[in-house]
Design a protein around this ligand. Structure first.
Ligand code: MN
Length: 259
């Protein structure tokens, strides 16, 4: 990645960009046959300093809402239909503390690794209660994000990417104050979650509880376990079920150690 997106520092705070570049090459989650496919991101050139506009350059964009680094609004799932669309998310919920649970080693050994309640209870014993903020699930999977086949890691049985057990999805939704789950993978649910009960349990439980999903994050390895603040900026699409989002992290700089 370019150094420009890896951030800079100002006044004791480092700004990290956790967003994947958005292009027609951005991997898209393949859905089961009974669900409508997600449109890829595409640019349509409308003018480029030519007869269509001699001094201007502009594109149209065509994209699914659930493409690249994006936010799932509660109404993305039927369980959260009453909780509103992406334009209705209060701004105060888009800036929130973030904590990180690291399962990079486990996922390297098993791409179908699932986070369970006991993992988070162990995390809480070491670091304190989960905050009213983002839980970021670090898996190392963003290393695959430049290559669709490797990122989706699918075979005859479907995609094999890490996720969360149904029990853990329910526990995070009902027993913790987190406002959302952020992941490095193409969706918040495991690759095999179409087989789970309920199907896609993170979507079903978290969005049903009025919480949010955040996908395809990068640079989680540069965040502290606790102490950073996330700025999540989806487009306020009226009636939208989600939106590509710019996700920035404010991290206390090593030199000064304060936000
Ligand atoms: Mn989504």
């Amino acid at each position: 990645m370019s150094s420009g997106s890896s951030g800079g520092s100002s006044g004791g705070v480092e700004v990290l960009d956790l967003t994947a570049p958005l292009s027609s090459a951005t991997p898209v989650l393949p859905l089961p046959d009974h669900m409508a496919p997600i449109p890829r991101f595409e640019l349509e050139e409308l003018a480029r300093y030519d007869h269509r506009g001699e001094t201007s350059f502009q594109n149209g964009i065509h994209t699914g809402e659930h493409v690249g680094t994006h936010l799932d609004a509660p109404c993305h799932w039927i369980t959260g239909a009453e909780h509103g669309d992406v334009s209705q998310i209060p701004p105060s919920r888009l800036v929130a503390p973030a904590v990180v649970i690291d399962r990079t080693a486990e996922v390297a050994a098993d791409p179908d690794y699932l986070l369970d309640v006991s993992d988070l209870q162990e995390w809480e014993r070491e670091h304190g209660p989960l905050p009213a903020g983002w839980l970021l699930y670090r898996t190392g999977w963003s290393a695959h994000s430049g290559d669709q086949a490797s990122f989706l890691n699918a075979d005859d049985e479907g995609p094999h990417t890490p996720g969360v057990t149904p029990e853990c999805a329910q526990w995070l939704s009902e027993e913790t104050p987190i406002i959302g789950l952020g992941v490095e993978t193409v969706g918040t649910d495991a690759g095999q979650a179409f087989r789970f009960d309920p199907e896609f349990p993170v979507h079903s439980h978290l969005l049903g509880a009025g919480k949010y999903g955040l996908t395809q994050l990068q640079q989680l390895d540069r965040l502290p376990t606790a102490g950073s603040v996330l700025i999540v900026a989806p487009l306020p699409i009226v009636g939208g079920s989600g939106s590509p989002a710019r996700v920035l992290a404010l991290v206390p700089s090593r030199e000064k150690g304060v936000l």
